[in-house]
Design a protein around this ligand. Structure first.
Ligand SMILES: NC(=O)c1ccc[n+]([C@@H]2O[C@H](COP(=O)([O-])OP(=O)(O)OC[C@H]3O[C@@H](n4cnc5c(N)ncnc54)[C@H](O)[C@@H]3O)[C@@H](O)[C@H]2O)c1
Length: 382
């Protein structure tokens, strides 16, 4: 380096990199999101419950299904009249332990919690309770609703299909037939953070693929492949129609993920009579992703081991405590079970603020300006 030159000229300060995330208080984010839903006509308590479900994604780090979906998914549902803010879900069959609910286009973020409460009330009496729901809209993170049972000391199961929306092809098939069909099972874990398995039954939800595309980063091998079966890591290839989503299980285990996706369709759509992904409409068209995520079905169950026997809680403590005590291969990477990291992140974000991508925060600011609301204050930028 030329010392003289460098000393003679004023040295500009290196530009600090633009922040990629901002942190906001969870309470502020919740209040803001509730106000946005209330401004769309939802009653205050419903708006609050829906906001809790949406904020759960960013709070726990499942941010492919957090506030990023406010402008991309939920507000368009209101704008297009596909969700009814005043819907009154109806119980259309009641068999004691099992109920069938027609959600009448209610917001899934809210009505999935109503279904879990109904299932848990039945479980308290019968040991198990089921609420099958049709006519619903997108529920966000399935795990949030499954956890509702855990707060009552029960095990929660939530399965949701994607209504008539088709995203993934059967293995060996050339046409999309099913959605990403999420499945969650949550259970109390004694003194440990609750167990929450919460996942799409495809190798990844579309939200995660699109998130990577917006950030300009590749996705890991095993999520997408092209028509020749070659693995694709460019996430933009998915919406461009040059790659399709794989099922869970990898190349060798595709039928396990596909089977799980069908199991969700059976429970969440066949049982309540909701819209089917694999419908003859799928056979018409170009075979790419299509159909609409209207008339979504849920299968929501609560199991109360305490109604059947004593001691399940103590056994859960042993089960999850022993899993956590598993000697790791790498001491820097202790063994954890599903739900553990989400619980830890939620605790951290409750004290340091919920991280939001700056682009998502900018979208919230626009929504706030349109609705005459204040956007949550930024606590920190990084
Ligand atoms: N409503 C819908 O239509 C829809 C569709 C698809 C997905 N989703 C939601 O999207 C969210 C994200 O789904 P996903 O499939 O990307 O989940 P993911 O791949 O991030 O996680 C899947 C599961 O693996 C566990 N896990 C991940 N890493 C772990 C680790 N290191 N140690 C222990 N456990 C670990 C998680 O706790 C989780 O239970 C979920 O909340 C899901 O319900 C919703």
């Amino acid at each position: 380096m030329n010392q003289t030159l460098s000393a003679a000229r004023p040295h500009p300060e290196p530009a600090s990199p633009a922040p990629r995330t901002v942190r906001v208080r969870h309470a502020d984010l919740l209040g803001f999101t509730s106000a946005v839903f209330a401004a769309r006509g939802l009653a205050p308590e419903r708006a609050h419950e829906a906001a809790r479900a949406l904020c759960y994604g960013d709070l726990t780090g499942l941010n492919s299904h957090g506030l990023v979906n406010l402008t991309r998914l939920y507000l368009p549902l209101f704008d297009e009249g596909r969700v009814d803010p005043h819907a009154e879900p109806r119980t259309v069959a009641d068999r004691g332990a099992a109920v069938l609910i027609d959600a009448d286009r209610a917001l899934g973020l809210w009505v999935a919690g109503v279904a879990m409460d109904a299932a848990a009330e039945r479980a308290a009496e019968y040991g198990i309770g089921v609420a099958a729901v049709r006519g619903a809209t997108h529920l966000g993170c399935a795990g949030h609703h499954a956890l509702r049972a855990v707060t009552r000391g029960m095990i929660g199961l939530v399965a949701s299909n994607c209504g008539g929306q088709r995203i993934a092809r059967p293995p060996g098939g050339a046409v999309t037939m099913l959605g990403t069909n999420p499945l969650s099972v949550a259970a109390p874990a004694g003194d440990h953070p609750p167990f929450v398995l919460d996942m799409s039954t495809t190798a990844a939800p579309t939200g995660r693929i699109r998130q990577a595309a917006r950030a300009g980063r590749p996705v890991p091998e095993g999520l997408l492949r092209d028509d020749e079966g070659v693995s694709v890591t460019d996430p933009a290839a998915f919406d461009a129609g040059r790659a399709h989503l794989m099922w869970l299980g990898g190349e060798a285990g595709q039928y396990k993920g596909f089977g799980l996706g069908i199991a969700v369709e059976v429970l969440a759509a066949l049982v309540p009579g909701a819209g089917l992904g694999a419908h003859p409409d799928a056979l018409v068209g170009d075979g790419g992703p299509g159909g609409r995520d209207d008339d979504i079905g849920f299968f929501v169950a609560a199991v109360a081991p305490g109604a059947l026997r004593e001691g399940a809680e103590a056994d859960a403590n042993v089960l999850f405590g022993t899993l956590l005590a598993c000697p790791p291969v790498d001491r820097a990477k202790p063994v954890r079970y599903p739900g553990w990291h989400e619980h830890r992140r939620a605790e951290e974000h409750m004290s340091t603020g919920v991280p939001l991508d700056v682009t998502v925060y900018a979208e919230l600011a626009e929504v706030a300006a349109d609705a005459g609301l204040a956007v949550p204050d930024v606590l920190a930028e990084r």
